[in-house]
Design a protein around this ligand. Sequence first.
Ligand code: URA
Length: 258
Amino acid sequence: MITRVRDTLYFQPHSGMVTMERLDKYLASRGCGSRREVQQLVKGGAVTVDGAVCRQPDCKLDPDSAVVAVNGQAVGDKYVYLMLNKPAGVVSATEDRREKTVIDLLPEPLRRRGLFPAGRLDKDTEGLLILTNDGDFAHRMLSPKKHVDKQYIAQLDGEITEEMIARFAEGIVFADGVKCLPAKLTIAENGDKTVGRVTICEGKYHQVKKMFAFCGLHVVHLQRISIGNLYLDGKLPIGSYKSLTNLEIQQIFIGKIH
Ligand code: URA
């Protein structure tokens, strides 16, 4: 009977809307193991689809509606969205021959999920970084046309002046002709003029450091604290991560200076 249920799914004519997926591919893409490992799990009877044991790794299912479990544990979503409080000293890459990457900070099961950083922070920059395996989402978040705001706290080697604030607001043009969109610079709430809060809505290489360098200041420490309306969780220790809720994901696209 179980086989019949699976066969029924397999031979169901596709409606055109539903893209059926092989069970082993479905499981591997959701972090249940390598393709070979999940095939063994399926053949061993550890996997149920809609409550019935399925022993055929190649059976097809509708990934949007099937309820799949491994050893009784429901299989999670295909896409993962993490907030990482990036420490200094790691690079925003998936792999690097010499440097430790942000992916190296994750436990092994998550490292197998095809995650990548949605955007980059310099090696010495700390703070909010989104890790995901959802390419469409990352594209939407990073698209220059979307103008998603990014807020940074910068510790400087000198004081911010009113003239600098005006320069940021006008839009700085670097010596090589690269033009920055207008940005917001304010002095830290406690009045310390060597600490600036900067909001930019683009992501040029070393942008914040170069904007301050243009004004004659060196950034001693840089931390990203928000993307859109999503703020770095103040309780998240440096080097730690947490899953984002749907609401938090939506918050990325809310709140703009442009
Ligand atoms: N601007 C920089 O200069 N560095 C970063 O890491 C991010 C923005």
